[in-house]
Design a protein around this ligand. Structure first.
Ligand code: FES
Length: 138
């Protein structure tokens, strides 16, 4: 009698373990699918911009991108202020100025004055010299 009861308990215990494994694997698969879908959505939200390489030295504003061209050097920066995200679209006294709360950055995007706490972001870009374009992904 005892052995039958023990066998029943073991089989019930085994059944519960098996059920837990199945439920956990289903949930992990479901969770993995959600993460993959989020990655696809985030990738599709990334913008790819093509901007003509400026022919003149200095600062040029291109919506989400600011380009600082010097002799043979290009600095490509995000125009999104790292404070609260306003678009920087003004140069004043050799500094980039945020119109919202007055943060100031050097012409290469280094923070000079807050309230922002960080430099301007530097997106990755690729030069297409044949087309005379800068390809930026933001
Ligand atoms: S958003 Fe630029 S300083 Fe606040």
């Amino acid at each position: 009698m005892k052995s039958i009861l023990t066998e029943k308990l073991l089989s019930r215990k085994n059944f519960i373990q098996l059920a837990l494994i199945l439920v956990t694997s289903y949930l992990l698969r479901f969770w993995y699918q959600i993460i993959q879908d989020k990655k696809l959505v985030l990738q599709s939200l990334r913008q790819k911009l093509r901007i003509k390489i400026p022919t003149y030295p200095g600062i040029s504003f291109h919506e989400a991108i600011i380009i600082h061209k010097q002799e043979s050097r290009l600095t490509v920066m995000s125009s999104k202020c790292p404070h609260l995200g306003c678009q920087i679209n003004k140069e004043e006294n050799q500094e980039l100025v945020c119109p919202c709360h007055g943060s100031r950055f050097s012409l290469d995007g280094e923070l000079r004055k807050g309230p922002a706490q960080d430099n301007l972001a530097r997106p990755t870009y690729r030069l297409d010299t044949k087309a005379g374009e800068i390809h930026v992904e933001i």
